[in-house]
Design a protein around this ligand. Sequence first.
Ligand code: SAM
Ligand code: SF4
Length: 328
Amino acid sequence: MIDPFGRSITYLRVSVTDRCDLRCVYCMAEDMHFLPKAQVLTLEELERLCAAFIRLGTTKIRITGGEPLVRRGVMSLFQGLGSRLGDGLKELTVTTNGTQLAKYATQLVDAGVRRINVSLDTLDPAGFTVMTRWGRIEPVLEGIFAAKAAGLAIKINTVAMQGVNEAEFDRLLAWCGEHGFDLCLIETMPMGEISEDRTDQYLPLSLVRARLRRRWTLTETDYHTGGPARYFDVAETGRRVGFITPMTHNFCESCNRVRLTCTGTLYMCLGQNDDADLRAVLRAGASDAALDAAILEAITRKPKGHDFVIDRRNDRPAVARHMSVTGG
Ligand code: SAM
Ligand code: SF4
């Protein structure tokens, strides 16, 4: 799959549910309305769509959400996709908040998952409860260590928020170094109404990096995971720290990914509204060839780049859907 700007599309991110057991303040409103079940694809439908993408050249699939590991029966999807590893698919991975990892870490490894991303914005138990509105950090830490014990390589994702966790990054970097995890810092993106002021949350990572450099020796590397992060080696820990800066750095030129939601909507760009309704195609009884054609047509509409801006006067997000819908 080659898009109109010559980018090869090899990476599919699949949101398997819009639901979550947490309510991170930058991601969701407290009183979220979730989708009725009939609108959500079954796990079999999701697997059929993923199979079509693999057929068309997708080599990496990331399962995300909402919280993917709260979807009932989700391990059957991991097992189904895992059985395609080596047969077109090269990597199957997941982004999770970690609350269910203690239960599923071994099953993920058995399905063929080797690396996972776990979101953790703070190591402070009280701060964790504030950032997730009601979560407890203990099951998450337990899940992270279960994943490590099961042999999974772990990257910790941390959303940088002004005045909330900005004093935490030295500690997180040291903790990740101690346990052998990479750390990836992410700027908040203006997606979905969240009942808080976005402009208060935004913290540019250029500033965070400059502050980290006071204590750590960071050397830029050309390490890439196929995602949008820029990585630096941390001399003191022997691990890496990545920065995802959609707001300050244009990461679109090397974009190799598209996103599928749990309703079968394909978004060709995280920061644009153009989409393709693959559920309608599936449920109309499309053949594999017709499904492939619908996907290829969508790829011809992949935009050149996102257009994230915070509409400061009206304090409206640039993109109305939440990250939990599109999948982070
Ligand atoms: N529930 C899982 C988790 O938290 O890892 C997977 C889905 S979550 C939407 C994926 C990633 O998106 C998380 O790392 C989360 O911190 C990030 N995220 C959510 N909303 C965001 C926003 N508005 N700006 C930047 N990152 C966001
Ligand atoms: Fe849930 Fe992940 Fe969104 Fe937090 S970031 S509310 S864990 S989907």
